[in-house]
Ligand binder design. Sequence first.
Ligand code: GDP
Ligand code: MG
Length: 163
Amino acid sequence: MIERTLVLVKPDGVHRQLVGEIISRFERAGLKLVGIKMFWADKEHAMKHYTEDITIRRGENVRNKLLRFLVIGPVVAICLEGIEAIEIVRKIVGDTQPKTALPGTIRGDYSHMSYAYADAKDKAIPNLIHASTTKEEAEYEIALWFKSEELHSYKLPHEDHVL
Ligand code: GDP
Ligand code: MG
């Protein structure tokens, strides 16, 4: 039941200096930081992250907008570990569309854009975070962003209370 998941603070989150705020939200829920790095992806890397799966789910147009967006600046890649971490992290991140993301979630608290507005501006919705959705996605994405030696296993002093 202990899972690892991949989070990216997307370029909008880095540009808005929300990295510390975002990480603290995961830490305070007891999720363990097992990997972290700043990385400025190029188009090729972005294409491996936003694969054809996005085209199938959201269309070619959205994928192209995302590929442009992901490379405008560095991202902070984070690997988190915890109980059913994939689902928990998605809960903390909130809905894809900031307009409908609930207050208390990262997207709900720090953004408010709608699909309609982003589409009219021909840009990927800037919603601060990427987070893996499934076990398969998490496994693939962690391996894409981290080498195995960049991930760490260690015990937290208060682990008996949270894990
Ligand atoms: P996520 O897992 O919640 O990030 O959502 P998806 O994996 O479905 O989509 C990836 C990203 O594409 C989202 O986080 C948004 O930045 C962007 N996106 C998704 N759907 C749309 C859309 O309909 N319009 C626009 N402009 N951007 C979208
Ligand atoms: Mg997604």
